[in-house]
Design a binder for this molecule. Structure first.
Ligand code: CTP
Length: 403
């Protein structure tokens, strides 16, 4: 797959490296990429809008509030129309704005308004790069799922030596290729994902449930679909938008979830991220249970729900790669490994869901990937970044027999 037909929104920040961004535009255009550019006020001190437009073949956007621009293409649409946003050079100031979520000019607003991947090519003085504030912003951005390339080490325009030089245009093109062409690694593969909580009814109006938000499972389904897999997401009740290009099958109970999952098989890979209720009320009243003065509170008898992960791991329709999650509050890795063996899956993504971790319902996750080959500890990352990494690993594993 090539970059032809892809669309990049390039944000050119204010730094001497801005001249290299012109070369970046040229190389992208050679590969058939549509490039639209935003030139920041500081960027315009180094290169002109005319040079940028001459190379992109498009208008260059500069102002946040321009009535004509808003009529032609609003800033939100500008960032949504692209497959990827590239910030080159990414100055310390642009990184700080993005890390803090500022929307004070067109560049920062476009970066905040997008749900597309963002690639930063930082360039700045070595001391600015090494400053605790810049490194803190970088760590924040990485946790948010922003990808960065460089800076490279070398002699700088200011005469100093060290990391700070913007990555070369060819390196940035390669990074863009990996990001956009990576999409096809699972083309032709079929994926099943479960997500969210289940609701186990007591009567037509009451149910037992849990606090799962479904965010991790939805992000995994989105990343699998982005990688080209034919993806079905079997989801309990959650308040999330369906991911693009994913077949969404909504269910309520754990028993329904198992039935629907079995009907989706065969698949090449299955990821069980749902927080399925372990128990359900043994019986479900047809009418609403009524209280009467003087009656004792009813006792609810519970029955075990089927274990979907264990059932499918041992079924004759078993996908080549079966991945489960383990939500643990202590001994995360040991309990995760025990769960992997007990449930018969290939990998367990174990995470700490203790109240202090903020994982349940939050946007970040610190996970351990446990397989027969050993344990990998991943740093704290945005749930979308955890998903992208997991999908990369799935792509690699499906090329060879499951580990
Ligand atoms: N799972 C499932 N069906 C169930 C219960 C769990 O498919 N009825 C899957 C989950 O989707 C997840 C893994 O099994 O992939 C989690 O297993 P579970 O035994 O529920 O572990 P925890 O939630 O980690 O809880 P516990 O420690 O209480 O067993």
């Amino acid at each position: 797959m090539s970059l032809r037909g892809k669309s990049v929104l390039l944000i050119i920040g204010g730094g001497i490296a801005a001249y290299k961004s012109l070369e970046l535009v040229r190389r992208l255009r050679e590969r058939g990429v549509r490039v639209r550019a935003i030139l920041t006020r500081a960027g315009a001190e180094f290169v002109t809008a005319l040079s940028v437009s001459s190379l992109t073949g498009e208008k260059t956007w500069q102002d946040l509030f321009s009535l004509t621009d808003e009529a032609e293409m609003g800033h939100i649409q500008l960032s949504r129309a692209a497959d990827l946003l590239v910030v080159a050079p990414a100055t310390a100031d642009l990184m700080a704005k993005l890390a803090q979520g500022h929307a004070s000019d067109l560049a920062s607003t476009a970066l905040l308004a997008t749900d597309k991947p963002i690639l930063l090519a930082p360039a700045m003085n070595v001391r600015m790069w090494n400053h605790a504030a810049t490194q803190r912003n970088l760590a924040r951005l990485t946790a948010d799922g922003v990808i960065s390339i460089g800076p490279n080490e070398g002699e700088m325009a200011c005469g100093e030596f060290g990391p700070g030089r913007m990555a070369e245009p060819e390196e940035i093109v390669e990074a863009i290729e990996t990001l956009l062409v990576r999409k096809a690694t699972l083309a032709g593969r079929k994926a099943l994902v479960t997500a969210g909580p289940t609701r186990e009814p007591l009567d037509p109006v009451r149910y037992l449930a849990n606090r799962s938000s479904g965010k991790q499972g939805y992000a995994i389904a989105a990343a699998l679909a982005e990688a080209g897999a034919d993806t079905t997401l079997v989801s309990g009740p959650v308040d999330l938008a369906p991911p693009p290009n994913v077949t969404l099958l909504k269910v309520e109970t754990g028993c329904e979830m198992l039935d629907v999952c079995e009907s989706v098989l065969p698949a090449d890979v299955a990821v069980f991220a749902a927080a399925v209720a372990d128990w359900r009320p043994e019986s479900r009243a047809d009418g609403k249970l009524k209280k009467r003065d003087g009656d004792a509170a009813p006792l609810i008898r519970l029955a075990r729900n089927p274990d979907i992960l264990a059932t499918i791991s041992r079924s004759k329709n078993r996908p080549a790669l079966v991945i489960g999650f383990a939500a643990e509050t202590e001994n995360v890795v040991a309990n995760g490994e025990e769960k992997r063996r007990r449930k018969g899956c290939d990998w367990i993504v174990a995470n700490d869901v203790s109240a202090e971790s903020g994982v349940m319902g939050g946007d970040s996750n610190r996970v351990h990937l446990i397989s027969a080959a050993g344990v990998e500890d991943w740093p704290l990352m945005d749930k979308r970044e955890v998903s992208r990494r997991l999908v990369e690993r799935i792509g690699a594993a499906l090329k060879r027999p499951a580990e």
